[in-house]
Design a protein around this ligand. Structure first.
Ligand code: HEM
Ligand code: HEM
Length: 258
């Protein structure tokens, strides 16, 4: 048992530095995060404009500017989302699409214990190096919302785009939503769903970063996490029985531990 504050009595804990998030993942993450705040702020103004402006503001083209900023931010958002989806097929194993959609038995097996940890029924954090299976699944839902938001956004834009603009031909997207009015409704509701996610996401990122003490939040800036070496082999499956752990380590050895 260690005694806090007494030198030499703390348990020894060696950590390995792992390059988890490559530059495209980090750029896409912060591109989405920053543009989303701008889109939400400008979107809320578009939805609830200040109807009565003081005389000095009257001819300032304020709604025009807000919509222009919304569309520039939407461009950053769209490029970041598409780039990140492309990187799911080109990047390292931590950014791969199968870390989002749990296609392997190993990932499915990790869902329950991770949920139990979040519900305080399991003492130890799951110890996955990249996204844990539950986080990966939640991010999948978020990417679906991103795509839905882009589709409804383009549907709205098609109605106002210049007749010579290629975006003018995206009018068919509105019918996917049952018309422009419902596309606008969906665009508004999805914004609140995304903002709800962000509140939870920042809280849980900071929480996991503190509990796992592996530099989770910092990793979205630097790319590196600091993990116990055995996590590289078992990647979150330490809660399983020793027999299974042995089988998994052999499997990992054979298949390059993807
Ligand atoms: C609008 C704001 C944000 C959105 C929409 C967002 C969304 C996401 C998404 C979709 C992922 C998965 C990343 C991927 O594999 O590409 C992710 C990961 C991550 N985000 Fe955010 N994020 C936001 C803000 C933040 C902020 C402010 C922080 C810092 C506190 C943060 C910290 C992280 C971390 C540490 C991860 C990796 C977590 C892990 O290891 O599983 N995010 N975020
Ligand atoms: C590719 C992405 C996007 C495109 C092309 C896009 C485009 C548009 C367009 C054309 C409008 C209508 C402007 C008007 O009526 O004058 C609009 C409104 C709006 N946008 Fe976006 N947008 C995108 C992403 C987002 C995101 C990510 C959010 C929030 C997280 C958002 C929030 C809003 C809101 C709240 C409105 C007002 C809706 C209402 O009137 O109820 N947009 N957007």
């Amino acid at each position: 048992m260690s005694v806090l504050g007494v030198p030499g009595t703390m348990p020894k804990c060696e950590l390995t530095r792992v390059y988890v998030w490559e530059l495209p993942v980090r750029l896409a993450h912060w591109g989405v995060a920053l543009s989303l705040f701008v889109l939400a702020a400008t979107g809320l103004y578009i939805a609830h404009p200040i109807a009565i402006l003081p005389a000095s503001f009257r001819d300032t083209y304020s709604m025009g500017w807000v919509r222009t900023i919304h569309l520039y931010a939407a461009t950053v958002f769209g490029i970041s989302v598409v780039a990140r989806i492309a990187w799911m097929f080109m990047g390292n194993r931590y950014s791969h699409w199968d870390k989002f959609i749990p296609m392997r038995r190993k990932r499915w097996a990790g869902l329950g214990p991770t949920l139990r940890f979040y519900l305080f029924a399991l003492r130890k954090p799951p110890g996955f190096v990249g996204h844990n299976p539950l986080a990966g699944l939640a991010y999948t839902a978020i990417f679906v919302l991103y795509i839905l938001q882009m589709l409804s956004g383009f549907a709205l834009y098609s109605a106002m785009a210049n007749i010579h603009s290629p975006f003018h031909h995206l009018g068919f997207l509105a019918s996917l939503f049952g018309g422009l009015q419902t596309a606008k409704w969906s665009h508004h509701v999805v914004m609140w769903l995304l903002l709800g996610f962000v509140g939870h996401h920042v809280y849980s990122s900071v929480l996991m970063s503190t509990v796992e003490a592996n530099g989770t939040v910092e990793s979205m800036f630097s790319g590196y996490k600091f993990v116990p070496p055995e996590d590289l082999v078992y990647s979150g499956y330490l809660f399983k029985e020793r027999r299974e752990m042995h089988a998994l380590s052999q499997q990992a050895g054979n298949s390059g531990s993807r």
